[in-house]
Design a binder for this molecule. Structure first.
Ligand code: SF4
Length: 410
């Protein structure tokens, strides 16, 4: 019998669209409406999860044997690293933190740049609902995937706006299909820091006096200042292209200062946008469990934070781990090339609903999907927690259940 469900949430990316119609026959998904291709792929994953078997060194094993091998590997490890959790529900992220605490591991969410910046200067932010209802100028900085997402466009369209907000894109040149972008201002990536400081100066009425930044034309810069001054509610969405590079935390810090200064006489907020496919809750969970949002090490028996030393990329690049536990569907997202090189040399345990092609995958523990097989909570990229429903049955355990099983045995 067909079962049509309205307002189902998708955890396929940070947007967490929660207006999707899903038709099932009780056993599997037959049709998904209102989802983008990425969302379609996320829902279709559920067709494969039941066929996935636990693996030990590539050979099929029973779930109990795979868990027991994982426990054995953890027992032998001196410096385990837990990473991923990008599309995991809150309960799995909480269980991962608990496992890190139990085994003295380093755990990282990949959000160290944003965390470092926000610890220094704080963040003035808002929800997507406020952006939709109030913003009259929306600036996308290095957030091309979000800007070109049809689902995101729809989420900002209340249908009752008298005047549409002005949309400005900063950063790299956009594909031609972005007809809703009112203005595109190209900025060289390595000059973005200078551009922010020049904007701060111009907004305060300080003449640049021969110190015009390279990488942007002065007329574009002045036009941007004038747009900001004419607007009442400005929102910056800053994305992965803006947050890359070794000094990205300084750029985010500078942007937060700019937002704070604009706030002096009008409303201005910023929202950090994760990479494609990533969701954003792991840093919230890590922060409420340990006091730190990323890069936490439990080796001393209590949480220690070091944004450089305990970041997953650094730990892998410096070869400071001898076991990597990956959690979630896209567990390798955010790792540098050098980090991936070392990852190929250490034993890996993968707990998630999709297999990853790694030559050194010691144990694979397949799971069901939160939001399809299990209920849960996931964070939208504006920091709003949204409920996920579980509407299909599966023979698989959830990520949280498998991690809890491991915790009970180590
Ligand atoms: S935009 Fe993201 S959350 Fe929305 S349907 Fe597509 S993948 Fe799912």
């Amino acid at each position: 019998m067909k079962n049509v469900m309205e307002d189902v949430a998708c955890a396929g990316c940070c947007c967490v669209c929660d207006d999707i119609q899903v038709t099932t026959d009780g056993q599997q998904i037959l049709e998904v409406q209102t989802a983008c291709p990425q969302g379609q792929a996320w829902f279709q994953q559920s067709l494969q999860t039941d066929a996935l078997a636990p693996l030990i060194k590539g050979a099929e094993a029973s779930p109990a044997a795979a868990v027991s091998r994982a426990v054995e590997l953890i027992g032998q490890a001196q410096a385990p690293l837990i990473f991923g959790m990008h599309q995991s529900a809150t309960d799995a992220q909480r269980a991962a933190v608990c496992l890190a605490d139990r085994i003295g591991a380093t755990i990282d969410t990949g959000a160290s740049a944003t965390t470092r910046a926000l610890q220094q200067v704080g963040e003035a932010t808002c929800t997507l609902g406020e952006v939709r209802s109030r913003a009259d100028l929306i600036i996308y900085w290095g957030a091309d995937a979000l800007l070109t997402s049809e689902c995101h466009r729809q989420s900002l369209d209340s249908g009752t706006q008298i005047v549409s907000p002005k949309i400005v894109s900063l950063g790299s040149a956009l594909p031609e299909s972005c007809e809703y972008v009112d203005q595109m201002i190209p900025i060289e990536s390595e000059r973005e820091f200078e551009v922010i400081w020049s904007l701060r100066a111009l907004l305060k009425g300080v003449a640049l006096a021969g110190n015009e930044p390279a990488g942007i034309s002065l007329s574009d810069l002045r036009e941007l200042v004038s747009l900001i001054q004419k607007s009442k509610y400005i929102v910056f969405f800053y994305g992965p292209e803006f947050k890359q590079g070794p000094l990205s935390h300084r750029k985010i810090e500078a942007l937060s200062l700019l937002v704070r200064e604009i706030q002096a006489d009008r409303r201005c907020h910023s929202i950090s946008v994760p990479r494609a496919g990533e969701t954003k809750g792991a840093e919230n969970v890590l922060a409420w469990q340990t006091g730190y949002a990323a890069c936490v090490n439990f080796a001393a028996g209590y949480p220690r934070y070091s944004p450089e030393e305990y970041s997953a990329n650094h730990v892998l690049e410096q070869q400071e781990t001898d076991l990597c536990i990956l959690v979630g569907a896209i567990a390798l997202s955010g790792l540098s090339e050098c980090a991936l090189k070392h990852l190929a040399r250490v034993p890996v345990i993968l707990i998630g609903p999709a297999a990853v092609n790694l030559p050194n995958l010691e144990v694979f523990l397949p799971t069901g999907i939160s939001g399809i097989h299990f209920p849960g909570t996931v964070y939208r990229f504006d920091g709003t927690p949204l409920p996920l429903r579980g509407y299909l049955t599966t023979g698989k355990s959830s990520e949280a259940e498998i991690i809890s099983e491991i915790i009970a045995l180590v």
